[in-house]
Design a protein. Structure first.
Length: 142
């Protein structure tokens, strides 16, 4: 882990990341890493609250653990991708479970295996934001 991860491009600096994580210790680490990298961060600890907040806040990326209460991360991802108002939202699933295939089948744009790796987390978010910008630049209609 590096003490100074690559900063997001200036146009990505204010990108809001909504994180669904029930473990307060992991939340603190994620907040620290994401804010150090220049992102705005919002947290919820269950899937139903996350779905409501995603519809309200329209974050650039939703990062969710699979094993969260009320609506698991896979169900949350499916709900986000099935809703015309949120289907454009990028979703990254982040879990201890070996469930990359299930995450991608649910519509996730990326999957990361825990434990938390600061550099990999930031690099993946930057890649997703760049991908979103390239699709927007091509005028792709979703």
């Amino acid at each position: 882990m590096s003490n100074s991860p690559v900063s997001p491009r200036s146009e990505d600096r204010a990108a809001l990341i909504l994180v669904v994580e029930r473990n307060p210790m992991v939340q603190r680490l994620e907040r620290f890493f994401l804010e150090q990298a220049g992102y705005s961060v919002e947290f919820t600890s269950d899937g139903l609250t996350a779905l409501a907040r995603a519809r309200e806040l329209r974050p650039a990326i939703l990062v969710t653990e699979i094993l969260v209460p009320k609506l698991d991360g896979l169900g949350l991802c499916r709900a986000i991708k099935a809703d015309a108002a949120t289907r454009h939202m990028l979703v990254m699933i982040f879990s201890h479970l070996h469930a990359e295939d299930r995450a991608l089948e649910a519509g996730a744009d990326a999957f990361l295996q825990k434990p938390l790796n600061e550099e990999l987390l930031i690099e993946t978010l930057q890649r997703l934001l760049a991908l979103r910008k390239s699709f927007a630049g091509e005028g792709v209609n979703g």
